[in-house]
Design a binder for this molecule. Structure first.
Ligand SMILES: Cc1ncc(COP(=O)(O)O)c(C=O)c1O
Length: 460
């Protein structure tokens, strides 16, 4: 059997030439997604180099995030950074009901709250002057105190001196990964996880390790076994409201997870961006010494506010602060001032109350239209996770829905590494402009689910 053999440039160390050629072949589509790289010994023989050179080349390509080694099986080309990782609606699809992004439900209270915060700030000369100054990297003490009080009231007890203000969830992920892991190190995550995490890990050359999970959250035995075979430096989880599966990590697994993290000594990155009111004990309370907690106002006030906090153990504080400084000196002071005024006026809480009621009403619509089908969702959560009936394929179903004017997301972009995607879709019921639009979309989804699906032609 012939194997794929690269043409080398003849410049630089041999292992790097091989690595560059592999990356170029992946970029050109010559090596396809999920394809296995040639056995190291055979490629070494074909190129007239040592097996050690090929081992080093494969490790280099893995470090850059293009391939992943599987113990006892070989090295495989990773799925590309999913195109679907975007939080911007594509242009030109007016008339569609877009339920593909987890956006807060539209409501005038949002613009009103921001407007009032701006009006109050506009006449406060001292606050305006402050807002134009350089400030400490984690934000002003008074702003951190406002955040700490509010989070405590939201069921997330925190002290101001544990927090750094950042620019929201993605910023928190980037700061955590770049602080806790060096390029080439391993980060564990559930097999299905937030695509932004996968994208940041790839950019930083951090290797992701996929771990099984079920309806109680991440499987702790599987995690322990993974750590034995492929030790990782940190684990990323969303214990309260998993994106995309909506699962909450059970209280007993939280305790077991912390015990394992302490025994094996890895960091925990707890992503709480998908806030919901019903909650168990946060990991950072059980293991404050090794948990970084990420919070953002994106799912409450609005994604454009770009503000949040990162709660860090005392031992990490100066490293995390340095990462913030290196990135942008500090979070934008003007935004922090506005968000804090919005919170202090009580408008943020009123908005949150409205949002919870609105989401409850939207979930009731889901129940009405999708009953009988297998889906999960949480009281005030923004999305549901729908498992397709036997015989239906998620990518095809998503295309069918798009043709009928409804956009949703298949499981594929949430998959870590080259793990296969389940036949399931995420439907962001929060993103519909109003309940009528949501009802129309749900009726379409129901109709497509009830239909037999398109005929499938098989090749001989
Ligand atoms: C789990 C999770 N983490 C992080 C983010 C990014 O948050 P932000 O918009 O604040 O950057 C999102 C956004 O959808 C998310 O779902």
């Amino acid at each position: 059997m012939t194997i794929w053999v690269p043409v080398l440039t003849g410049e630089g160390p041999r292992y790097r030439q091989v690595a560059d050629a592999i990356v170029a072949a992946i970029g050109a589509g010559e090596l396809a997604e999920a394809e296995k790289l040639p056995p190291q010994r055979r490629l070494a023989h074909a190129l007239g180099v040592t097996t050690g050179t090929i081992t080093r080349a494969y490790a280099e390509v893995e470090r850059r995030g293009f391939v992943q080694a599987r113990v006892g099986s070989g090295t495989y080309v990773c799925a590309s950074v999913p195109d679907t990782f975007t939080h911007v609606r594509p242009e030109g699809d007016a008339g569609q009901v877009d339920l593909s992004l987890s956006l807060p439900p539209p409501c005038d209270l949002r613009a009103q709250g921001l407007g009032r915060a701006m009006a109050a700030l506009q006449i406060d000369v001292s606050a305006l002057t402050h807002a134009m100054d350089y400030q400490p990297e984690g934000g002003l003490d008074m702003h951190r105190r406002v955040y700490a009080r509010w989070l405590t009231q939201l069921g997330l007890p925190m002290a101001a001196d544990e927090l750094l203000i950042d620019q929201g969830g993605m910023n928190g992920i980037f700061l955590s990964l770049s602080t806790l892991l060096a390029p080439g190190e391993r980060l564990a995550a559930e097999m299905l996880t937030y695509p932004g995490l996968i994208s940041v890990a790839q950019q930083l050359g951090i290797r992701t390790v996929a771990v099984e999970h079920d309806e109680q959250g991440i499987d702790i035995d599987a995690l322990a076994m993974r750590h034995e075979r492929q030790p990782f430096a940190a684990l990323y989880v969303m214990p309260e409201h998993q994106n995309p599966t909506t699962v909450a990590l059970s209280e007993s697994r939280r305790q077991a997870l912390v015990a394992l993290a302490r025994e094996r000594d890895f960091w925990l990155i707890e992503d709480g961006v998908q806030y919901i009111r019903e909650r168990a004990t946060p990991l950072y309370q059980i293991a404050p010494e090794r948990t970084v907690y990420l919070f953002s106002v994106a799912k409450m006030l609005g994604g454009g506010m770009r503000s949040g906090v990162i709660r860090v153990p005392a031992t990490l504080r100066s490293r995390m602060a340095a990462a913030l400084r290196n990135q942008s000196w500090m979070p934008p002071p003007l935004i922090a001032s506005l968000v804090c005024r919005w919170i202090e006026s009580g408008d943020a809480d009123r908005l949150l109350d409205w949002q919870c009621e609105e989401m409850a009403a939207r979930h009731a619509l889901v129940e009405r239209y999708l009953s009988g089908y297998k889906y999960s969702g949480r009281a005030d959560g923004f999305y549901i996770w729908l498992r397709l009936p036997a015989g239906r394929r998620a990518n095809g179903f998503v295309d069918e829905l798009a043709e009928s004017g409804v956009r949703v997301t298949p499981a594929e972009p949430f998959c870590v590494g080259s793990e296969p995607a389940p036949q399931a879709i995420r439907i962001c019921i929060s993103a519909a402009s109003d309940r009528e639009a949501l009802e129309r979309a749900l009726a379409t989804i129901r109709e497509r689910l009830d239909s037999p699906g398109p005929a499938v032609w098989r090749t001989l």
